[in-house]
Design a protein around this ligand. Structure first.
Ligand SMILES: NC(=O)c1ccc[n+]([C@@H]2O[C@H](COP(=O)([O-])OP(=O)(O)OC[C@H]3O[C@@H](n4cnc5c(N)ncnc54)[C@H](O)[C@@H]3O)[C@@H](O)[C@H]2O)c1
Length: 335
């Protein structure tokens, strides 16, 4: 099992990291550099880890960067994502998320790169029916869920980008790992605001969140394993304590199920003034990543409770005011 990889003892790689100014990028870039890699950060917005300001969809720029830097690997984390739906037209999502991914894939093939890691999203597995929690049980979500009917342009363009990854791998053999990551954003949820941000993030670690640090570690493992795996799509999320047999009870009375697994959770939550979820309508199962990719997020709900037990800080970053650097281009970028 690979969880926290030791620095590489093989030759460092020249890596193009897109979205290097973003929340994931600013955690991933230093991790890659600490492994000895030569990282070039590309983003449309400036940031402490961004070397080139430009778009993934600018083919001339991408070709020039490949020619100058001879990238051996691409980690493609730059994107318009769900909060951007309110700010950008659908066409911008197609241009950045779908056409931009194709641009990078084709450049990687042309340059003979050895691997490509694509940051995707569990959101593309969420149909309107799942989102509205219409069923009488929690939906158990793994990579076999079908048909996929993303409910918004973010999910649709990420799914199209995943399909382009699959096609380019099939046609050219470029090793590609797709990481369908669940939530790791630090800001408050843009649709549900009944609980405090910290409380909600703690609850989500049970079934639909991971820490940004674990997301970065997962990317590092994917980078390492891509040539050996060839092509793979993996959900990246904190390991859930639940099993599929819990699905009906999770929908009816989640707090009772949680009490079975974590008898002191309610008391620890009470000390924080937090509330356990009354109902859970979906569970992301990251088991395939554990079995095939060899990565299990170290930070889970049990780790959260362990921190609370000793009066420590919850291990999930919360920053109610975080906005993507694209939005705050004129404000100082946090490192
Ligand atoms: N934050 C989450 O909870 C979450 C969950 C699942 C998947 N993801 C995915 O993780 C990746 C990173 O997201 P994040 O949370 O760090 O978001 P973020 O908004 O903080 O970072 C995304 C970065 O991409 C950059 N970007 C946007 N358009 C670009 C373009 N045309 N060319 C180059 N860069 C561009 C933005 O400027 C930004 O810095 C995204 O692909 C997102 O879809 C995020």
């Amino acid at each position: 099992m690979i969880s926290i990889p030791a620095p590489l003892n093989r030759l460092p790689m020249r890596i193009l990291l897109t979205g290097s100014s973003g929340w994931l990028g600013r955690h991933l870039a230093p991790l890659l550099r600490a492994q000895g890699h030569d990282v070039t950060g590309l983003d449309v917005a400036p940031g402490a880890h961004t070397d080139i300001i430009g778009s993934v969809a600018d083919r001339a720029l991408i070709d020039r960067l490949f020619a100058e830097h001879h990238f051996e690997a691409v980690i493609h984390a730059g994107a318009l994502h769900k909060p951007d739906i309110a700010r950008h037209p659908h066409q911008a999502f197609i241009d950045v998320n779908t056409a931009g991914t194709l641009c990078l894939l084709e450049a990687a093939v042309a340059a003979g790169a050895s691997r490509f890691v694509f940051t995707s999203t569990t959101s593309l597995m969420i149909s309107s029916a799942i989102r509205e929690g219409r069923g009488d049980r929690a939906v158990w979500i793994d990579e076999t869920l079908a048909p996929l009917e993303p409910r918004n342009v973010y999910g649709i363009t990420k799914l199209a980008a995943e399909q382009l990854c699959r096609l380019v791998h099939a046609e050219h053999g470029l090793p590609v790992i797709i990481l369908r990551t669940s939530r790791f954003f630090p800001e408050d949820d843009d649709t549900h605001q009944t609980l405090s941000g910290e409380n909600m993030k703690a609850n989500e670690l049970l079934h639909r969140r991971l820490t940004v640090e674990d997301a970065a570690q997962g990317h590092l493992v994917a980078l390492e394993r891509a040539p050996e795996i060839g092509f793979g799509t993996f959900i990246l999320s904190a390991p859930t304590p639940f099993v599929p047999a819990d699905a009906a009870a999770l929908k009816a009375d989640a707090a009772a199920v949680i009490a079975r697994y974590f008898p002191d959770a309610a008391a620890l939550y009470a000390q924080q003034g937090w509330t356990l979820p009354a109902t859970i309508d979906r569970v992301y199962d990251a088991g395939l990543a554990e079995r095939v990719l060899g990565f299990r997020c170290p930070t889970d709900f049990a780790a959260m409770l362990a921190a609370l037990r000793v009066g420590g800080e919850p291990p999930v970053a919360h920053d109610a005011g975080y906005v993507s650097p694209m939005v705050s281009r004129s404000s100082p970028v946090r490192g």
